[in-house]
Design a protein around this ligand. Structure first.
Ligand code: OVM
Length: 403
């Protein structure tokens, strides 16, 4: 793009396996190259890796739209991987209507109502994990805690059946991979796209949703005329897409942060009321959703640099959260820090609509952990699940030392 010829170009691929495995050196290079950079391998893209520009782009949804996709593909010229999300991949006025429904379904009142059940389940999961840990000397945190907890509490809240929930992980992996290029990790994750998608859409039928659950409440909004009956299952799909893989890996990332920082864990163990801010700081330090794109709707500018209409803007959310221009000691995991303004949930009108529930899940698991466990140690090498958007684990072996 000639119009962008003043923007520095980097010969790095954010979707190469080595950068997915360890994105931080690349983030530093991107931030230090300029407020906007280009990538040799992706000529339709400009990248923002500093906090200031990412915040500006996300808070100008009229110029930097979501309806052309929040991944690499521009839906104005490329076919979406799946029918577009009615909230993530939508702009006003559609987004306004769907957002209102989901923010009511997951309101502060809802969070108060679900809290006791979520807390009881968090305690049960940690009790069981500790038992397995006593028996075997260590546990896989992902298999014993991070996967089962959201798969129980959030999927129960939506109101889907208990059977087949492993499909939620496969589906999330696919959807988040589809926001990058058609590389090897994408191809591998879409091997079972047809049966997994069929299962997901089946769960979205009203007949398969528990009366009163989040899914049923979306159908009630359709009955009331806020959206059409055809749109209701698609909005249920958003809960199934966005609410599991994200929180699951955030619980993985949080324990990874704490196991890496025994002195920080000691503070949490001494005062479990720090659980909420320890989780929040983990979201800053290891952001589960690493990237989202916007699309320039018109010729515009970022940091005074002209940007051509239809350019995809790659926002490195995890890099904004480690930007030393924004955060003192940005690379330090410090549970006393209150990381207000982090971008792990995005920011602006598309900011995560389920973030209060995600925070609740993190707080409750870390509280239950802090009360039972005096020390966490890595118990062998972890294995990452490389994903084009998510910072994720397959396995995360840890030893929990009981208090
Ligand atoms: C959706 C959706 C999918 C993935 C992520 C997300 C983080 C939303 O289908 O609406 O938000």
């Amino acid at each position: 793009m000639n119009e962008h010829s003043d923007i520095p170009v980097l010969d790095v691929d954010p979707y190469a396996p080595e950068n997915l495995a360890d994105p931080y050196p690349m983030h530093t290079l991107m931030r230090d190259t300029g407020p906007v950079v280009r990538l040799k391998a992706y000529p339709t893209v400009v990248v923002c890796a500093r906090h200031q520009e990412i915040h500006a782009v996300f808070n100008n949804a009229q110029t930097f739209i979501s309806g052309a996709g929040v991944g690499l593909a521009n839906f104005n010229t490329e076919e979406p991987f799946r029918p577009k999300s009615l909230i993530l991949e939508a702009d006003a006025p559609l987004h306004t209507a769907t957002r209102a429904i989901l923010s009511r379904v997951m309101s502060p009142k809802t969070v108060m109502q679900i809290r006791a059940d979520f807390a009881a389940e968090a305690e049960r999961v940690l009790d069981q994990a500790l038992e397995r840990n006593q028996a075997n000397g260590s546990i896989d945190w992902m298999a014993e805690v991070a996967n089962p907890f959201p798969l129980k509490v959030f999927a129960d809240s939506i109101g889907i059946a208990a059977q087949g929930r492993e499909n939620l992980l496969l589906y999330g992996d696919m959807v988040f991979n589809s926001m990058g290029p058609r590389n090897e990790v994408f191809e591998k994750s879409v091997e079972r796209v047809i049966p997994v998608t069929q299962w997901i859409m089946q769960q979205c039928d009203r007949a398969n949703l528990r009366p009163g659950g989040f899914g049923d409440q979306i159908w009630q909004a359709a009955e009331a005329g806020e959206i059409t009956m055809e749109q209701a299952p698609m909005l249920v799909r958003s809960l199934l897409s966005a609410g599991l893989d994200t929180t699951i890996n955030s619980l993985g990332n949080a324990i990874y942060a704490l196991a890496h920082h025994p002195e920080e864990y000691a503070k949490l163990h001494a005062d479990p009321s720090l659980a909420r801010q320890a989780f929040e700081e983990a979201l800053r330090w290891e952001s589960t959703v690493q990237t989202f794109f916007r699309t320039a709707n018109t010729d515009c500018e970022i940091a005074g640099i002209p940007i051509q209409a239809q350019t995809k803007v790659l926002c490195m959310l995890a890099s904004a959260n480690r930007d030393p221009r924004k955060w003192p000691n940005a690379d330090t995991y410090d549970i006393a820090r209150k990381p207000v303004g982090h971008t792990a949930f995005g920011t602006g009108i598309h900011g995560c609509v389920g973030q209060a529930i995600a925070r609740l899940e993190g707080e409750l698991i870390l509280t239950a952990l802090a009360k039972r466990v005096k020390r966490i140690e890595f118990a062998g090498p972890h294995s990452r699940r490389l994903n084009n958007t998510l910072r994720a684990f397959d396995t995360l072996p840890v030893r929990l030392v009981a208090a």
